[in-house]
Design a protein around this ligand. Structure first.
Ligand code: IPM
Ligand code: MG
Length: 362
């Protein structure tokens, strides 16, 4: 097949990990006879430096025309003056909003080889397999912001339609898994959460009678995510709760560097990015973990291009790489860390062997 993919390396370690994901995509294309046209555009701090804007119009337009978008990370100390007029993060938020990507999928499946890197006891982690579906284009992130001399406010707002579509997406995804959805809110305090709970209950009852829905308050969820992570299948929640809970959930996997994400809307174009940030402290040193970005490329193949076999090939190659103990500095014991390039090459080598097996089975 032919696909147009926009690549947005961004800032910090973004370009390094994106290059690794691009390598995996290019190898996939070659191996399976696809043509992927990959074109780079500016976003974040790099875009501010070049054009004054965090999301230049040309970038948004290219993304709208593309089949999928692969992103590295945005932000860094250079652009984080609290009084700055433009911030790199605005570029990412405007891109999510501009493409209508309301459902952010963040799967968390700790790998046996990295259990030791997690700060949680290994026996709690075995068998954990959860998928957080974070609402991505509403809530306090996008409500009206005000700043006066001695006060400030951020409005948190949700409409019924915004809640319905993301809960629907979460329930549909649960049907492909263990048919269990946990909806997370703060309905004992927030009006938006009471609406969220009502709408989630109705959507599940009327449209997904075969899916079990439970509600949980976000504070207790933060605790249970660590004390009984195996209890969860699909977790659906609003924008900011999802932001916070997924950083927490990443610790189940051992490192933020391992986790991919997919942001989807009604259309085919999706945005794929590792959940980690730009990590300016290690940028440019060639030691960043490329796994989150490489697994994001796998999600791109699956969700935007419908290439399940190719996606599975990358995922198996990553698993085999971790199994072989080829671990970057965020996971390895001191002195034995693999570089970004070494991990990337190891994944590629295993795609070469692993994917052949997949083809023979066809
Ligand atoms: C994330 C990030 C972003 C967010 C930032 C960079 C704006 O933390 O993708 O989780 O808050 O959504
Ligand atoms: Mg975050």
């Amino acid at each position: 097949m032919h696909a147009d993919i926009v690549v947005l390396p961004g800032d910090g370690i973004g370009p390094e990990v994106t290059a690794a994901a691009v390598e995996a995509l290019q190898f996939t294309a070659q191996r399976y006879g696809h043509t992927f046209r990959l074109r780079e555009h500016l976003i974040g701090g790099a875009a501010i430096d070049a054009t004054g804007e965090p999301l230049p119009a040309a970038t948004l337009e290219a993304c709208r025309q593309a089949d999928a978008v692969l992103l590295g990370a945005v932000g860094g100390p250079k652009w984080s003056d609290p009084n700055a007029k433009v911030r790199p993060e605005q570029g990412l938020l405007a891109l999510r909003k501009g493409l209508g990507l309301y459902a952010n999928l963040r799967p968390v499946r700790p790998h046996p080889a990295t259990l030791g890197a997690a700060p949680i006891k290994p026996h709690l982690l075995a068998g954990v397999d959860l998928l957080v579906v974070r609402e991505l284009t509403g809530g306090i992130y996008f409500g009206q912001k005000r700043r006066e001399a001695d006060r400030a406010s951020d409005l948190c707002e949700y409409s019924t339609a915004e809640i319905e579509r993301v809960v629907r997406r979460a329930c549909a995804l649960a049907r492909e898994r263990r048919r269990h959805v946990t909806s997370v809110d703060k309905a004992n305090v927030l009006e938006t959460s009471r609406l969220w709970r009502d709408v989630a209950s109705r959507v599940a009852r009327e449209e997904f009678p075969d899916v079990t829905l439970e509600h949980q308050l976000v504070d207790s969820m933060a605790m249970h995510l660590l004390s009984r992570p195996r209890a969860y299948d699909v977790v659906v929640t609003e924008n900011m709760f999802g932001d916070i809970l997924t950083d927490e959930a990443s610790m189940l996997a051992g490192s933020m560097g391992l986790l991919p994400s997919a942001s989807l809307g009604e259309g085919r174009v999706g945005l794929y990015e590792p959940i980690h940030g730009s990590a300016p402290d290690i940028a440019g040193r060639g030691i960043a973990n490329p796994v989150g970005a490489i697994l994001s490329a796998a999600l791109l193949l699956r969700h935007s291009l419908g290439l399940e076999r190719e996606a599975a090939c990358i995922e198996q190659a990553v698993a085999a790489t971790l199994d072989a103990g080829i671990l970057s500095a965020d996971l390895a014991v001191a002195g034995q860390a693999a570089t970004t390039a070494e991990v990337t090459t190891a994944v590629r080598d295993r795609m070469e062997t692993g994917c052949q097996v997949a083809e023979l089975r066809d």
